[in-house]
Design a protein. Sequence first.
Length: 180
Amino acid sequence: MAQNMGVGMKLVLAFVTLIIAVVLVSTVATEALDKTVKDVAQETDTWTLAIKATGDHQFMENDSRSNTTVTNVPTSWKVLDCPLSNVIVANSSGDAFTVTTDYTFNTVTGELAMQNSTGTENNLYTNVTTTTYSYCADNYLNLSWGRTILNMIAGFFALAILAVSLGLFYSVAKDTGIIN
């Protein structure tokens, strides 16, 4: 009877361990992803004052009104280790402009300068652009090897908990005579 009580406790412990593991693995994985994935921002700009008054929707190049700065400009360590990336500037219809032809973008200062080009002239009738880019949040882990290890922790944690649960289930099976 005492042996059966031990088996029951082992069985309960194995199930509880497995349930706790499922809950904790998702939390650990979510926290790791939060520190290893860049955030994506999307900003909208209206260029009414930057457009020439001639009605042909041409930008006034070299005019400060044809420039804007995105919100999430890199600071401190991010200036060198994590400049802005995956930059897409598009018109209100979603058609992407061509970098260096239609606009220039500085990934360190976050400055967007619209250019007077055929692309901007033909695609800017609403005077609105959308800028989408990736940036590093303050809690972003900037070391690539550190991101790799952090992303592996959840998997190893899951394997360790699975091994403990399997060990407990094996012990219950052995105690009850299911296996020799």
